[in-house]
Write a protein that binds this ligand. Structure first.
Ligand SMILES: C[S@@+](CC[C@H](N)C(=O)[O-])C[C@H]1O[C@@H](n2cnc3c(N)ncnc32)[C@H](O)[C@@H]1O
Length: 222
């Protein structure tokens, strides 16, 4: 029987391996993921959020700190075609996910996902210009960012200033190679973390072996 390790997130044993899963009302596969007895497997190789949960260990995940539950509001920057967005949409089943993506081509695929899930609000916009979506997005409990851009920390800080409520959580996926191809990832990560204004860093974790040269940062707005 799968164990609910966090609200809406389940740990199950499959072929001798621990796997994460969420539950979906739709039973429609979004990126080729498998369903097992009504649970939607959450692939850590495809979703950095799943990799982060597995790396940190869901049991150690911020203790009693509330990060996400079924009523949370989330601003997701770099939604792509909705792989991770779809799992967050499962978790926040009575909440909302504002999914920001700047590629019109990619947005077409994301729109197909929004048609079958009514808690995702698609936002075609550049995350480095958060004022451009102020009419669509409200204050949120969590900002999740995965944009693979040179100015990743600046984008996160701008959005947290505008949309993250006090004590809200930022989850930032830093891709070292998008920032500097010469410097060591460690050096890049500490430089990027220093640029996060008004946030207290709670957890950092590399995402090896699921994603190389990526650091996940979990921080709380002060
Ligand atoms: C690594 S992919 C995100 C994968 C996604 N987070 C997932 O797990 O399903 C990065 C996405 O961010 C988008 N992106 C990059 N820079 C952006 C920006 N400034 N504003 C909005 N989207 C951006 C890209 O078009 C791309 O779709």
């Amino acid at each position: 029987m799968p164990e609910e390790v966090l609200p809406g997130v389940y740990l199950l044993e499959l072929d001798g391996q621990k796997r994460l899963a969420t539950r979906s009302d739709t039973n429609i596969s979004v990126y080729g993921e498998r369903f097992v007895e009504g649970y939607r497997l959450w692939d850590p190789n495809r979703s950095k959020f799943s990799a982060l949960f597995l790396k940190v260990g869901p049991k150690k995940w911020l203790g009693k700190e509330k990060i996400l539950d079924e009523t949370s509001k989330v601003l997701y920057l770099g939604a792509a075609t909705g792989t991770t967005v779809s799992h967050i949409s499962d978790i926040v089943r009575h909440g909302l996910v504002y999914a920001v993506e700047f590629s019109p081509r990619t947005m077409q695929d994301l729109l197909r996902l929004c048609e079958i899930r009514d808690n995702i609000v698609p936002v075609l916009a550049d995350a480095s210009k958060p004022e451009s979506y102020c009419r669509l997005v409200e204050q949120v409990d969590l900002i999740y960012q995965d944009v693979a851009q040179r100015n990743q920390s600046e984008i996160a800080s701008l959005n947290c200033d505008m949309y993250l409520q006090p004590r809200g959580i930022l989850i930032l996926m830093i891709k070292a190679r998008s920032i500097d191809v010469v410097a060591s990832p460690k050096e890049i990560y500490s430089r990027e973390i220093e640029k996060l204004n008004g946030l207290e860093v709670l957890i950092t974790s590399d995402l090896h072996p699921y994603h190389h040269d990526h650091l996940a940062v979990v921080a709380r707005k002060i």
